[in-house]
Write a protein that binds this ligand. Structure first.
Ligand code: GLC
Length: 652
C-alpha cells in the first residue's frame, strides 16, 4: 500500500479519532476546517470538568480532532451538532454517503435491505400496511413453532422437516434481530423478546455476540452487514470514553452499541440516527470488554477469507484500527507472563466469577487475534516492530499456555508431588503451586484419557475449572498442540454428561458453591451454582464447539451436540442459557430469543453441512512458531540464565 508522507502522518493522527472509516476527503476537509484553537474551544463544551481538561491535554486534542473529523462526513451543518453531543456517532437519515464508501446509488446496501426483507416474511408483514403488532406476531409465530416441535417429537413425522423448519425459523429470527443505522444493516440486537420487560442492555448490539451472527451471514453470502459492522465499530474504537473522568487505552472497542433515532436538532420534521457505544462505562460492574477488539480482528479476517474482498482489511483506517488494538494488548506493563492481564468480567463472562488475572478465554482469543492480525497487516517498514513484537508474544504465549495451563492425569500427579518454595531460576514448580490446591472434585473427574487447559494461572494459584470457550478456541487457534486438542475433545466426549447433558454447552465446570460462591462471586444471585456464568449451559457455544470439531476432523461430536440442542431449543424459544447441573431448566433469568443462541445454532448447522467453510475461522499451526517453540522446550525448564541466548531463541 503506497502512501504519501502527509497522508501517512494524517492517518496516524487521525486514527486517534473515530472518523477514519469515512473518506479521506472528509478527513482533509476536517483538518483544514478547524484550527487547533477552535478544537480546544469545542472540547471545552464537553461534559467533563475543566479540571480534567487542563490535566489531560492530549485527550483534549483527541476529542477535538474527533469532533472535527465527524464534521467532514457529510453535510457541514452536522459537524456543529457534534460539538454538543460528540460522544455519539450520528448521521441524518437522508443518508449522504454510506460508510463503505458506496453511495446510495451504488445500490449495494439497499440491495441488502431488499433481500433481507424479501427473505423475511416477518419484516415484510411488520412493515406492511396490515401489520400485526410485533408482540402479537412473534407470539403467533411461537405457537406455530410450538406445534411444529410437538409434531416433530410426538408424531415422529419427518425429523428433517422439523429441522429444516427450525433453521428457517432461526434465519427469520436472526434477520428480525438486524439493527439498521441510516438504513444500512450494522449488527444484530442481543435479544429480541417483546414479552420481556427487563430488557437491560439486551437491546444493544454486542460486539462479541455479533460474531456468531456475522459468521452466519458470511456463510450465507450476505457480506454487507458484516462490512458495515466492522466499519462502524471501528469508528467507535477511538471514541472519547471515560468513567469518572478516567479514560482507558485508545484501541479499546466497545462492549456494545445502540442505534438511537432522535429528532434532528432545529428540524422537528426530521430524525437522525445516533450510534451510542458502551465501553463498560454503563455496563453492570463497569467492566471493560477486553475481548471486543480481539473478536473484531477475527471477524475481519473471516470477512476477507469468506467474501474474497480484501480491500476492507487493506484500508488505511482498518489497518490503523488493527494496530491500535494490538498496541493496547502488547503495551508493556508490570507482568512477568506473556498472557494478557485482565480484570474479572472482561470477556464473555462479564460479571465477577473469579477470572481476573490471566483467564484462558482471553488468552485463546488474544492468540487467535494475533495470528489473524499478522496475516492481515500490510508489510511496511512502519509495522516491522509491531510484527516482531507479535511474533515474540505468539511464541511466548503458546509456550506458556501449553506448558503451564495443561492438565491431564500425568500432569496432575506431577503437581500432586510438587516441591514448593523453590527459589531459583530453574524451579520446576515455577508458580509455587501448593499441591493441596488440587480440588477433590478433580481427583475424581480427571479421565485417564484426555486433558484440558485450566482456567487461569497466577502465583500460587491454579484455577482448575474447565472453561469451555477458552478450551474450544485454543483448539481453533492452534494455541493448544494437536495432541492437546484431541485430548480436549476426548475429555468432552468422556464428560458428556457433565458438559452437555440436556443442552450444550456448559460455560464452565464445575459450579462454585457455598462459601466459595459467596467469596468469589460476591454472593451474586444471578450466578448461583449451575446457573448463568456459574456452570450454566449456553447454546451459543455450539458454534465454537463445531469449529473446533471441524478443525480436528471430529465433526461427529458437534453433530451429536447439535442434535441434542434441536430437541428443545426452538420449543424453548432460543434461551440465552440453561440452568441446573444437567441443563434441564431454561435459565432463571435467561432472555428468550437470544440472538447468539440462534446464530450459534445456524453457524453450527452451516459448518456441519460444509466443514471446509470453517477455515475462515481456523488458524493453522505456523511452522515458524513450531520451530521457535521447540527451541524453547529445549531451553526449559532447567535452563541456565543466559540472557542473550534466550532472547535470540524467542525471536522468530
Ligand atoms: C451477558 C453475557 C455476555 C453477553 C451479553 C449479551 O452479559 O455474559 O457475554 O455479551 O449477555 O448477550
Amino acid at each position: 500500500m503506497l502512501m504519501g508522507t502527509s497522508e501517512a502522518v494524517f492517518q496516524v493522527l487521525s486514527r486517534t479519532v473515530p472518523s477514519l472509516a469515512f473518506s479521506d476527503r472528509g478527513l482533509r476537509k476536517a483538518n483544514s476546517t478547524f484550527p487547533l484553537e477552535s478544537h480546544v474551544q469545542c472540547r471545552k463544551k464537553r461534559a467533563c470538568s475543566g479540571f480534567m481538561e487542563s490535566l489531560n491535554c492530549s485527550r483534549v486534542m483527541r476529542g477535538c480532532l474527533m469532533v472535527s473529523c465527524i464534521h467532514g462526513i457529510g453535510d457541514a451543518s452536522h459537524g456543529n451538532m457534534m460539538f454538543n453531543r460528540p460522544w455519539f456517532l450520528r448521521c441524518q437519515c437522508q443518508r449522504a454517503e454510506s460508510i463503505s464508501g458506496l453511495t446510495a446509488e451504488d445500490g449495494n446496501d439497499s440491495l441488502f435491505v431488499d433481500t433481507a426483507e424479501k427473505s423475511n416474511p416477518i419484516n415484510v408483514l411488520v412493515n406492511g400496511p396490515n401489520s400485526l403488532e410485533l408482540g402479537e406476531l412473534q407470539q403467533s409465530k411461537y405457537e406455530t413453532n410450538g406445534e411444529l416441535a410437538e409434531a416433530g417429537t410426538v408424531k415422529h413425522t419427518s425429523n428433517k422437516v422439523h429441522v429444516n423448519s427450525m433453521e428457517d425459523e432461526a434465519w427469520n429470527l436472526l434477520r428480525e434481530s438486524i439493527v439498521y443505522y441510516c438504513n444500512s444493516p450494522v449488527g444484530t440486537i442481543a435479544a429480541l423478546d417483546p414479552s420481556d420487560s427487563n430488557v437491560l442492555n439486551y437491546d444493544q448490539v454486542f460486539i462479541r455476540d455479533f460474531i456468531s451472527s456475522g459468521i452466519a451471514f458470511l456463510l450465507k453470502g450476505e457480506y454487507d452487514i458484516v462490512r458495515n459492522f466492522i466499519l462502524h465499530t471501528l469508528q467507535l474504537q477511538s471514541w472519547e470514553k471515560t468513567m469518572d473522568c478516567h479514560s482507558p487505552g485508545q484501541g479499546l472497542m466497545p462492549a456494545s452499541f445502540k442505534v438511537r433515532t432522535v429528532p434532528l436538532e432545529g428540524d422537528d420534521s426530521a430524525t437522525e440516527d445516533i450510534l451510542d457505544p458502551d465501553f463498560g462505562e454503563a455496563a453492570i460492574g463497569r467492566v471493560a470488554p477486553v475481548d471486543s477488539g480481539l473478536w473484531w480482528i477475527i471477524l475481519l479476517r473471516a470477512y476477507g477469507k469468506c467474501s474474497g474482498d480484501l480491500t476492507l482489511q487493506e484500508r488505511v483506517d482498518v489497518q490503523t484500527g488493527i494496530k491500535m488494538i494490538l498496541k493496547l494488548c502488547l503495551a508493556d506493563g508490570f507482568d512477568m507472563f506473556p498472557t494478557l492481564l485482565v480484570t474479572d468480567g472482561s470477556c464473555m463472562i462479564d460479571r465477577r466469577m473469579g477470572i481476573h488475572g490471566h483467564p484462558l478465554e482471553t488468552q485463546a482469543v488474544f492468540y487467535s487475534a494475533l495470528l489473524c492480525a499478522r496475516e492481515m497487516l500490510a508489510q511496511e517498514d512502519g509495522s516491522a516492530d509491531l510484527v516482531r513484537a507479535m511474533n515474540n508474544r505468539l511464541v511466548a504465549l503458546s509456550f506458556h499456555i501449553r506448558e503451564y495451563y495443561w492438565v491431564d492425569m500425568r500432569k496432575l500427579n506431577e503437581i500432586y508431588r510438587y516441591k514448593t518454595e523453590e527459589y531459583s531460576f530453574d524451579a520446576v514448580n515455577k508458580f509455587n503451586i501448593y499441591p493441596d490446591q488440587i480440588p477433590p472434585w478433580l481427583v475424581e473427574w480427571m479421565p485417564n484419557n484426555g486433558g484440558y487447559l485450566i482456567g487461569n494461572l497466577q502465583p500460587a494459584h491454579m484455577d482448575f475449572r474447565f472453561f469451555s470457550l477458552g478450551n474450544l478456541w485454543s483448539i481453533v487457534s492452534s494455541l493448544a498442540t494437536v495432541d492437546q486438542s484431541h485430548a480436549i475433545l476426548d475429555l468432552i466426549e468422556t464428560k458428556w454428561a457433565d458438559l452437555v447433558a440436556d443442552m450444550p454447552f456448559k460455560i464452565c465446570y464445575p459450579a462454585l458453591e457455598g462459601q466459595e460462591w459467596r467469596i468469589i462471586t460476591g454472593s451474586d444471585p444471578k450466578n448461583t451454582p449451575w446457573s448463568y456464568h456459574n456452570g450454566g449451559s449456553w447454546p451459543t457455544l455450539l458454534w465454537q464447539l463445531t469449529v473446533a470439531c471441524v478443525k480436528m476432523n471430529r465433526t461427529d461430536i458437534a453433530a451429536k451436540a447439535v442434535e441434542i440442542a434441536e430437541r428443545r431449543i426452538s420449543r424453548d424459544k432460543w434461551p440465552e442459557y440453561y440452568d441446573t447441573k444437567s441443563a434441564r431448566f431454561i435459565g432463571k433469568q435467561a432472555h428468550l430469543l437470544q440472538t447468539w443462541t440462534i446464530a450459534g445454532y445456524l453457524v453450527a448447522k452451516l459448518l456441519l453441512a460444509d466443514p471446509d467453510a470453517a477455515n475462515i475461522l481456523i488458524n493453522n499451526e505456523d511452522e515458524q512458531l513450531v520451530n521457535a517453540f521447540s527451541c524453547m522446550i529445549g531451553a526449559n525448564p532447567r535452563r541456565k540464565r543466559g540472557r542473550k541466548g534466550v532472547e535470540k531463541r524467542y525471536l522468530v
